[in-house]
Write a protein that binds this ligand. Structure first.
Ligand SMILES: *[C@@H]1O[C@H](CO)[C@@H](O)[C@H](O)[C@H]1NC(C)=O
Ligand SMILES: *[C@@H]1O[C@H](CO)[C@@H](O)[C@H](O)[C@H]1NC(C)=O
Ligand SMILES: *[C@@H]1O[C@H](CO)[C@@H](O)[C@H](O)[C@H]1NC(C)=O
Ligand SMILES: *[C@@H]1O[C@H](CO)[C@@H](O)[C@H](O)[C@H]1NC(C)=O
Ligand SMILES: *[C@@H]1O[C@H](CO)[C@@H](O)[C@H](O)[C@H]1NC(C)=O
Length: 568
C-alpha cells in the first residue's frame, strides 16, 4: 500500500514537472565554490527550493543617468529626487517580460508571486528534481566549513534561450555566502571608574577626548558636530540590524545618562521588524553591534529620529538579508534620509548578476534621496574579515558605486588610519567617473607597490572614514570599548543626518547619494588622513596619503566645513 502511494505521488510529480522542450542556454557559471565551501553531494530530489527570479528591468541605465543628474552638485537637477512611482518606471519589467516568464512557469505547472515593489522580482517554490530539469543543472548541498552551515546551490544554470532579455537571474544559485555579514568588532570590558558629571545644557561631558575611549563628546569635538537638537521630524536615520542582534533600550538609556546628560535619557529609537526579525529585550540578546549602532546614532545625531530595522532569517534572501532590506525600504512612500549598515562581506561570495541587482536597488534609494552607508569591513586588504589570502579581497557591497563606503581611523593628534580598515578595488564595478581623477592620482603615487594583487581598473573604496577605535558603549549593565568600521559608519551617518536636518529646515533637499558631492564640492570639507596603512595578505596593504586612498577614502568629516560645502 505504502509503496503504491509513493509511486503515485512521484509519477504525478513527474507529469507535472516535465519541462516543455525549450532550447536552454547557459546563463550564469562560476568555476568553483568560494574557498571555505565544500561540496557534500546532490541535493535530495524532493527538497523544495524557494527560488527568486529577477526580471530584466525596463531601463536600468536610465535610472543611473537620472541618479547622476539628481546627485551631482553641478547639475541643474541637483536635489530633484524621484518619487516611488518615478523610480519604479525605470525598474519595473516590461509587460512582455512578465508575460513571457509567467507563460514558461505556467507551462511547467509553477505559479509565481511578486516580491518587490516594482514587480521586478518573482518568487517560486519548486522541488530540486524539477529545478534541475528547468535550469539544466544539478543543485547540490554545500557546507560553509567555518560555520558548518549548509545550503543548496549550483555552479551553473541555464535558462530558455527565448527568455534571454526577459529573465535576468535565478537566485540563490551561484551565490555562496557565509551565514552572516557580521563584522568582527573587538570588544574590551571597560574597567575604569566613571564619574557622573551633571552638566547644564551648555555642557555634556568630554569634548576633551579622554585617552581611554571615544564617546559622543569626543566625536563632537574632533568633527565639530553640533549638540543642538535637530528640529525636522521628517528626517530620520534607519539603522539596519541582522543576525539576531537586538538593540536594548535600557542600554541606550544608561549610555545617554553618562554620555549625553543634557538630552533626556528617555530619548529612544523605534523598532521595525522584517523577515521574522524581532527586538527581544532580554539582556542576553542585546548585541554589541546593535547597541553600538543605536547609541552612536541617537547619541550623536541629537534629536534625529532613529528607526532600528531588525531583519530576521525567515527568508530565502541569500545575500545576508540585504536584498529584502532594500526592497522593504523601497516599498515605503516615506524614506529615511540615511541608512547605516555596519555589516559587510566579500564580493567573491555574491554572483555578479546578484551583486548588480542589489547595487541597482541602492541606486533606486539614491534616486529617491537616501544616503546609503556601509562599513568597508575590518580585514584590511584581506576582505571584510581578516583571512589568509594571496590576492587582495574586495569587500561587499562597498564596491557598488551607489553606496558610500566608510573606513576607520584612530587617534586625533594626528588622526591616522586604523590598520583593520578595509579598502581596495572592486573586481565587479569599474572606476566610476566621480572618482576617476582621485583614484588615478592615488595609483600614480602608488607606482608598482602591490602590483598584480588588486584590480587597478576597479571602483576604489572606502569613500570616507571616521573614528573607529575604542568606542565607549553600555551593554547589559556593563561598559565596553569597541573597535571596528562598525563604529565609523553610524558616526558618519549621524553627521549626514544632522546636515540633512539643517537642509530640510532651510527648505532645501537632503543630500541623497553622497559620492558625486563628496568627490567634488565636498572634498575640501573632509579632513585628509595621510598616515597609517591596512595590512593583509602578507603585505603592508595600502598606505593613507594626501588625497583619496584605499584605507581612509577622502577622509573624515568636518561639520562646519560641510555646512558651507552644502550651502548652509
Ligand atoms: C542634574 O542637574 C539638574 C539641575 O540641577 C537636575 O534637575 C537633575 O536631576 C540632575 N541630574 C542628575 C542625573 O543628577
Ligand atoms: C515606512 O513608512 C512608515 C510610514 O510613513 C514609517 O513609519 C516607517 O518608519 C517607514 N519605514 C522605514 C524603514 O523607513
Ligand atoms: C592563516 O594561516 C595560518 C597558517 O596556516 C594559520 O595559523 C592562521 O590561523 C590562518 N589565519 C586565518 C585568519 O585564517
Ligand atoms: C577588474 O575590474 C574590471 C572592471 O570592473 C573587470 O572588468 C575585470 O573583470 C576585473 N578583473 C578581475 C581579474 O576580476
Ligand atoms: C535590556 O538590558 C538590561 C540590562 O542592561 C536588562 O536589565 C533589561 O531587561 C533589557 N531589556 C529592557 C527592556 O530594557
Amino acid at each position: 500500500m505504502i509503496r503504491t502511494g509513493l509511486l503515485l505521488v512521484s509519477l504525478a510529480t513527474l507529469v507535472a514537472s516535465k519541462p516543455t522542450s525549450r532550447a536552454l542556454q547557459l546563463h550564469e557559471v562560476r568555476a568553483s565554490a568560494p574557498s571555505g565551501f565544500s561540496l557534500d553531494g546532490p541535493a535530495s530530489p524532493s527538497t523544495v527550493l524557494d527560488l527568486r527570479l529577477a526580471l530584466v528591468q525596463n531601463d536600468p541605465s536610465g535610472l543611473i543617468e537620472t541618479l547622476y543628474d539628481v546627485s551631482t552638485p553641478s547639475s541643474p537637477h541637483y536635489g530633484e529626487f524621484l518619487s516611488k512611482t518615478e523610480v519604479e518606471k525605470f525598474v519595473a519589467p516590461k509587460p512582455e517580460s512578465v508575460t513571457a516568464v509567467n507563460e514558461w512557469l505556467n507551462e511547467n505547472g509553477i505559479t509565481s508571486r511578486t516580491i518587490s515593489p516594482a514587480g521586478d522580482w518573482l518568487s517560486i517554490s519548486v522541488p530540486v528534481e524539477q529545478a534541475n530539469a528547468l535550469f539544466d543543472t544539478q543543485f547540490s548541498v554545500f557546507t560553509h566549513l567555518p560555520s558548518g552551515a549548509q545550503s543548496i546551490r549550483t555552479l551553473s544554470y541555464s535558462i530558455p534561450s527565448d527568455l534571454k532579455g526577459h529573465l535576468d537571474l535565478v537566485h540563490p544559485t551561484t551565490t555562496f555566502t557565509p551565514p552572516s555579514a557580521k563584522l568582527p568588532i573587538q570588544a574590551v570590558p571597560y574597567t575604569g571608574v566613571k564619574e557622573f558629571k551633571n552638566f547644564t545644557s551648555a555642557g555634556d561631558p568630554a569634548g576633551d577626548c579622554p585617552d581611554t575611549y571615544v564617546d559622543p563628546g569626543c566625536l563632537e569635538a574632533i568633527y565639530n558636530i553640533p549638540r543642538t537638537a535637530a528640529t525636522q521630524s521628517s528626517n530620520y536615520i534607519t539603522v539596519t540590524g541582522y543576525d539576531d542582534e537586538y538593540a536594548n533600550q535600557s542600554d541606550l538609556e544608561t549610555f545617554l545618562y553618562w554620555e549625553r546628560p543634557c538630552i533626556p535619557s528617555s530619548t529612544t529609537f523605534t523598532v521595525e521588524e522584517l523577515d521574522g526579525g524581532i527586538n527581544d529585550q532580554t539582556p542576553a540578546d542585546a548585541g554589541y553591534e546593535a547597541d553600538l549602532d543605536t547609541q552612536y546614532t541617537v547619541g550623536v545625531a541629537t534629536n534625529v529620529p532613529v528607526v532600528f530595522l531588525s531583519v530576521g532569517e525567515d527568508d530565502s534572501d541569500g545575500v545576508f538579508g540585504f536584498l529584502d532590506t532594500a526592497n522593504y525600504i523601497l516599498g515605503n512612500d516615506t524614506l529615511p534620509s540615511v541608512i547605516t549598515t555596519s555589516y559587510s562581506s566579500n564580493e567573491e561570495y555574491v554572483s555578479i548578476n546578484v551583486a548588480n541587482n542589489l547595487c541597482n536597488a541602492y541606486a533606486q534609494l539614491g534616486a529617491r534621496g537616501v544616503s546609503v552607508l556601509f562599513s568597508s569591513g575590518d580585514g584590511g586588504v584581506s576582505g571584510a574579515v581578516s583571512e589568509n589570502c594571496t590576492d587582495f579581497v574586495p569587500s561587499f557591497p562597498s564596491g557598488c558605486p551607489y553606496v558610500t563606503s566608510v573606513g576607520a581611523t584612530q587617534s586625533y593628534t594626528p588622526e591616522t588610519a586604523a590598520s583593520f580598515s578595509s579598502g581596495g578595488f572592486s573586481n565587479y564595478w569599474g572606476t566610476p567617473s566621480f572618482q576617476s581623477s582621485a583614484v588615478s592620482s592615488y595609483l600614480s603615487q602608488l607606482g608598482s607597490t602591490n602590483s598584480g594583487l588588486y584590480n587597478a581598473s576597479g571602483r576604489g573604496f572606502p569613500d570616507v572614514s571616521a573614528q573607529g577605535v575604542d568606542f565607549f558603549i553600555s551593554l547589559n549593565g556593563n561598559f565596553y570599548t569597541l573597535s571596528g568600521t562598525s563604529c565609523s559608519t553610524p558616526t558618519f551617518a549621524s553627521v549626514i543626518a544632522l546636515l540633512n536636518d539643517q537642509l530640510v529646515a532651510a527648505g532645501k533637499p537632503t543630500l541623497g547619494w553622497l559620492n558625486p558631492f563628496l568627490y567634488s564640492t565636498g572634498l575640501s570639507a573632509l579632513n585628509d588622513i595621510t598616515s597609517g596603512d591596512n595590512p593583509g595578505c602578507n603585505t603592508n596593504g595600502f598606505s593613507a596619503t594626501t588625497g583619496w586612498d584605499p584605507v581612509t577614502g577622502l577622509g573624515t568629516p568636518d561639520f562646519t566645513s560641510l555646512q558651507s560645502a552644502v550651502g548652509l
